[in-house]
Design a protein around this ligand. Sequence first.
Ligand SMILES: Cc1cc2nc3c(=O)[nH]c(=O)nc-3n(C[C@H](O)[C@H](O)[C@H](O)COP(=O)(O)OP(=O)(O)OC[C@H]3O[C@@H](n4cnc5c(N)ncnc54)[C@H](O)[C@@H]3O)c2cc1C
Length: 306
Amino acid sequence: MGRPLLESIFAGIAPTILYDEPLSMHTTWRIGGPADVLIVPTTLEEVRTVVLTAHANQIPLFIIGRGSNLLVMDGGMRGAVLKLGDKFASVDVSDHSLTALAGRSIVSAAHIAIRHGLSGLEFATGIPGTIGGAVTMNAGAHGGEIKNVLAKATVITPAGTITELFPDELEFRYRHSIVREQHLTIVQAQFDLQPGDSNQLQEKVRTWSKRRLATQPLSLPNCGSVFRNPPGDFAARLIENAGLKGLRRGNAMISELHANFIVNVGQARATDVLWLMCCVQETVQQRFGIRLEPEVRIVGEDETRR
Ligand SMILES: Cc1cc2nc3c(=O)[nH]c(=O)nc-3n(C[C@H](O)[C@H](O)[C@H](O)COP(=O)(O)OP(=O)(O)OC[C@H]3O[C@@H](n4cnc5c(N)ncnc54)[C@H](O)[C@@H]3O)c2cc1C
């Protein structure tokens, strides 16, 4: 679909509408070709209107948070990308529950909970995504997971119905929920938390943060763990033992610090990252007979198809 048609369909639908917007500006890897149109709504009604409009016009719609778990291919994404970020991010704490709009950073939500003396979300203080992305991915760390603290999520179906879903309905598994298969848009989440001691929680979080800074290449653009841990093992251990640390293709490199991270050392291209990922999969399979599965989501199209 050409730009003039997209312009006429989405005109005035939200305060920010960007055409041919490089998605490298919206992913933590700083990689990704252009979206035909990127829309940044600020209200629930705007989000719903975008969803309904895309559905009615059969325009593919992709939801993006912080892009911290995405490899967007160099040809970018056709159709519309709906970005739920800090323009859609209010948060409310009452009694033992925290409720936030989907664009809120989960790190910031977790720190707010801690300041209110509430425990349960502290595992997420090192996860640089949004509430919507964290629920979609059932994000987790340090033994904690979204599925253990989520009370309910408010979603919009492709037909525009706003409904509440409970954890069992989201069918959470390791880094997985049904959100993507069902083409849902998460707009809000409510978490049930426990009373805790703010100082103790802060101390725990500081310890984790120091460890992450020492073991992860956080000074270079990255996407966190590229591969899922296989049952009973660690992807990083397998990649390191396969001798792949430091392997480079173009400006993409398997981190010397953490073998399950691929870092962008310049203006890396998605095809280079993908090449490294395939190389890791083949080498680890040959050496250890284990097939590593990507944790990052690969989206968009190859440059040659644009
Ligand atoms: C340095 C670093 C460390 C990390 N550490 C961890 C970790 O410890 N544990 C962990 O689990 N992950 C980790 N991650 C990965 C990532 O931060 C999480 O998966 C995060 O939850 C993704 O959130 P996001 O907003 O960036 O989602 P995106 O990457 O933008 O999107 C991820 C998926 O969620 C969908 N999505 C996003 N928002 C919505 C919404 N509102 N409605 C519907 N679908 C939506 C997207 O369509 C996509 O399919 C790390 C990443 C980095 C860069």
